[in-house]
Design a protein around this ligand. Sequence first.
Ligand SMILES: [Zn+2]
Length: 301
Amino acid sequence: MILIDTHCDTLSVMAGLGGDISVTGQTITPERMRQGGVTMQVCTLFAGVDGPAGDPAGLARKQLAAARGFTDEGIKHIKEFGEIEDGAPSILLSVEGAEIFEGSMESLRWYYDAGVRMCALTWNHENELGYPHCKDSEKPLKPFGWEAVREMNGLGVAVDVSHLGTGGFWDLIERAEKPPMASHSCCLALQPRFTRNLSDDQIKALIERGGWIGMNFCSAFLSDARATLDDIVRHIAHIAELGGVRNVGFGSDFDGIPCNPIGLDGPHDFPNLISALRGLFTPEEVEGIAGLNFIEYSKRL
Ligand SMILES: [Zn+2]
């Protein structure tokens, strides 16, 4: 089975930087990836909690260097979605917070050459591209944001709306050449406390455009208590009810979340989640959710 996870903060932890929040110890390891049958793990280069006011490019370079921790243990570092191969575990790079580019198209292309194939335009700060979900959310993308999106659409880099404000989100839905995706977000209708979750209108728009959504495993995004496997299944089922059973998958956020769900302490526990999904979905749908839906999405880029 092809199993894909589109978001983790493991490179931050490996580089000793902490993730989205302060996480100690590494949840995703090469050994656990193999145990859980993970085919491809997207590892993000995170801009850092201080955003543009910090040293996003410097932090990104440190995380890039930390990726060697995977390749040294026999995990392939792939640079194209077409290289995803059943039975050959791999990592692929993304960016979380495009202030890493420091407003430079040349820098964007440098990260592309380094293997970045997915990019969250913002984290939780305003940057050169646009505005996050948590402040001035409704403002549109900035001119450099559009320049960067056009370049990414041309290069085949997935534009990631997780953390982006609603203004930027609807801009992309209406005007971007290629379908956007959300690498690690859940359903606002089931957990309205988090503006990082997607509204039903946003989910329907992503489905209609041929986009893709990875479920975040953060307990607080899924439930009011510590999340269970059933909570993840419930959020996936909600997307399926909106017509997106072929547009959904996993974006664990491991190593960036403070509390993993019960029964899902790391990638080694993915078989538990697959079993839980089999209780509600057909074998074909489960294969899609596990990874094939993402592969199909990547072909639309
Ligand atoms: Zn995040």
